[in-house]
Design a protein around this ligand. Structure first.
Ligand code: NAP
Length: 296
């Protein structure tokens, strides 16, 4: 391996990326900006690898096998279904580190690299990478789930700290539940906003105005959760035990169609548990709301 390019990078391994997509581009740029020696990029299309390598400087676009051999630590930032086949198709050096960035795929997908003597692990940034520019700005303060042992764990924790990310240790066998649950704070939030926009559209409110009106409300709710925690941030009729308002909501949603009523009821049941946790409502009020939610 070559000497590292920057004095800032002295304690970090040299790095290569296989997969120059949304996550690979963001992480490579974030690490290079912090002085880590990102030596090589390989990707399915040579042009994607070339574009990223040119952006980084000091980095070379190489055929995938050559890129994989060019660094001490290799990030496999390919789609989840390509992780195991890529790990199996490539030759790895004993002691080399091979990491994937998936939330839901187990580290065992890298077994072929481990069998060749590589140290394997997971480094899953818990953030949305739809646009690399925005994602880069979001890395500091975001969590990164790390699954690794020994020297690789030390290196991944050091890289997380360098990026200003909060490490979260994951145990083998837990990734699908970990990742699926995180969807509630990500893509399912969009489904919630979509449900609100659909109902508003059904009563004649323009869809483009819906997002403008609902996003500040959503941000206010998230700010309250950050300041007070989930149960204490709760507001709205269930938090007050306002049975009459909940009944009117149910009537309106049922009138729009069965799926709207069912969705509202299921979320309200979950919210009632949170309201009980807040300690603001007595048992009789909680029971009245619960009975209403079970009524047809
Ligand atoms: N996007 C997110 O929000 C996000 C968040 C957290 C974790 N992740 C994880 O990050 C990983 C990559 O996701 P992504 O969203 O960055 O995917 P992506 O944008 O689709 O990028 C994948 C990249 O890998 C290349 N590629 C595909 N198959 C390949 C193969 N067999 N060998 C080499 N390169 C191959 C692609 O091809 P080309 O060279 O043709 O472009 C592309 O550049 C996944 O494990 C995902 O779960 C993603």
């Amino acid at each position: 391996m070559n000497e590292l390019a920057s004095p800032l990078a002295v304690s970090f391994p040299s790095v290569a990326f296989i997969g120059a997509g949304r996550l690979g581009r963001t992480l490579a740029r974030g690490l290079a900006a912090k002085g880590v020696a990102v030596r090589a990029v390989g990707s399915r299309s040579a042009s994607a690898a070339h574009t990223l390598a040119t952006e980084l400087g000091g980095c070379t676009a190489l055929p995938i096998q050559e890129a994989a051999a060019a660094a001490e630590l290799v990030f496999l930032t390919v789609p989840d279904d390509a992780i195991a086949p890529s790990a199996a198709a490539l030759r790895w050096l004993p002691g080399q580190r091979v990491v994937h960035c998936s939330g839901a795929t187990e580290v065992a997908a890298l077994a072929a690299a481990q069998e060749q003597g590589a140290l394997v692990g997971g480094f899953h940034p818990l953030q949305i990478f739809s646009d690399p520019e925005r994602a880069l700005a979001l890395l500091p303060g975001s969590t990164v789930a790390i699954e690794a042992e020994g020297v690789l764990a030390d290196e991944l924790h050091a890289l997380a700290a360098l990026l200003g990310m909060q490490p979260l240790a994951l145990r083998p066998g837990t990734r699908a539940a970990y990742h699926g649950a995180a969807s509630f704070a990500a893509s399912f939030l969009l489904s919630m906003l979509d449900e609100a926009a659909q109902v508003w559209a059904a009563i004649g409110l323009p869809r483009d105005q819906a997002l403008r009106s609902l996003l500040p409300l959503a941000r206010g709710t998230l700010d309250a959760a950050e300041a007070k925690g989930l149960a204490q941030a709760l507001a709205g009729p269930i938090s007050r035990g306002d049975v009459g308002v909940v009944a009117r909501h149910l009537q309106a949603f049922d009138a729009l169609g069965e799926s709207h009523g069912q969705f509202y009821r299921e979320l309200s049941r979950r919210q009632l548990t949170l309201a009980a946790e807040s300690g603001r409502l007595d048992a009789a009020v909680l029971a009245r709301v619960a009975a209403l939610l079970e009524s047809a």
